[in-house]
Design a protein around this ligand. Structure first.
Ligand code: MRU
Length: 368
């Protein structure tokens, strides 16, 4: 997608130096700062401090991290060490494990001398697949948007979409998951407007989704997280669509903290609540999201302090609580499958039920 009219991806391979260039998202929206990743430690640090974030992008970055490690030492012990370090960077997004497993599966049977090259190629393939996957999710999501628009009975009416956190191109290699149908609707000439919730405490909606939509020219309005129920109650939202960090085999969905409340409010007001997910985000080994999905516990400082630009244009963090206030900072919550209207995958729209998910798995296995 575009930054200042120039097409970019959130992670770009540099073939001459065999490094990966990322947009350091901790500087957005005020500064577009590119950063080179050259070592496994660079990749792990970038994931851990959220220079890159969003489930699919975390996975792609980890894949490059495994390549960097194997370039230095491709023996079994080094492979395992790097896997463990990268896997420990963030706990909730299953794409991290998925991408590491994918690279490991390819390199493990090879001779030590062949492993680094194979890991590089697999990291590139993960990126290309991600772009294709997200484009396909967008296509299926667009069909849903068209159907919702048709029900409104006025083809020229604006479709009001609500999203949470950032599941746009900055959370993936390109296109995004939940935002991909929004881009495709906008590009197809549909009138679409997005309610962007700020997503306290880190503000991924305010800083990243707003940045993306502005760069692409999609109309949006920023709201505080607590405004979502009010807008849903007043009929100002036609559809809610979010991304996810992990979906269980029965359709429960982990996503950024605050997602569950939006799903509850959407259900109460009969507004469809869709979850855009590549199948790489489905954890087929678990069924009960509330009991089995690990929820990242983050620093209290993210809650007690707020970052921003001061009047002089300098980045600053201010304390917003009485000094010493205790704070709890759960990074994600789990929305039970019963609140999810459907999952939008690259294979099409799938009900968030045990049976539909089983059928999806069978279809994927049949396709190899
Ligand atoms: O903590 P973050 O910013 O990594 O959380 C990101 C999200 O919650 C996204 O919605 C999710 O990873 C899906 S990204 C396509």
């Amino acid at each position: 997608m575009n930054i200042h009219g120039q097409p970019h991806r959130s992670i770009e391979a540099d073939h001459s130096t065999r490094s990966a260039r990322i947009i350091d998202q901790t500087y957005l929206p005020h500064q577009v700062e590119w950063r080179d990743l050259q070592t496994m430690e660079d990749a792990a640090e970038a994931i851990q401090v959220m220079r890159v974030r969003g489930a699919p992008l975390i996975g792609a970055t980890a894949a490059f991290g495994l390549y960097f490690a194997l370039r230095d030492d491709a023996k079994d012990a080094a492979l395992q060490r790097a896997y463990v370090v990268l896997h420990a960077t963030r706990p909730t997004a299953i794409n991290l494990r998925w991408a590491l497993d994918r690279v490991k599966r390819v390199v493990a049977p090879l001779n030590v001398e062949q492993r680094a090259e194979a890991a590089w190629n697999e990291a590139l393939a993960i990126c290309e697949d991600d772009v294709r996957t997200n484009h396909a999710i967008g296509k299926h999501g667009l069909e849903l948007f068209r159907a919702i628009q048709a029900k409104k009975g006025d083809a020229s009416a604006t479709l009001n979409v609500m999203t949470h956190c950032n599941a746009g191109w900055l959370a993936t290699v390109d296109w995004g998951t939940a935002i991909s149908p929004i881009y495709q609707a906008h590009d197809a000439g549909m009138k679409v407007h997005v309610w962007v919730s700020e997503t306290r405490p880190r503000g991924q909606g305010a800083s990243l989704t707003a940045f993306e939509l502005k760069e692409h020219g999609v109309p949006y309005t920023l709201i505080v997280d607590n405004n979502a129920g009010h807008l849903l109650q007043r009929g100002l939202v036609d559809v809610v669509i979010v991304g996810t960090d992990r979906v269980t085999a029965h359709g429960d969905v982990a996503n950024k903290i605050g997602t569950y409340l939006k799903a509850l409010a959407a259900k109460a007001h009969d507004v469809p609540f869709y979850v855009a997910t590549p199948v790489s985000t489905i954890d087929w080994t678990i069924t009960d999201g509330i009991r089995e999905i690990p929820i990242e516990q983050r620093s209290a400082r993210e809650v007690t302090h707020m970052p921003g630009l001061n009047a002089a244009g300098v980045r600053e963090e201010v304390l917003i609580t009485p000094a010493g206030t205790q704070a709890r900072n759960d990074g994600f919550d789990v929305t039970p499958a019963s609140l999810v209207t459907a999952l939008v995958t690259e294979h099409g729209v799938v009900q968030a039920t045990e049976r539909a998910m089983r059928d999806l798995l069978a279809k994927m296995q049949a396709q190899g």
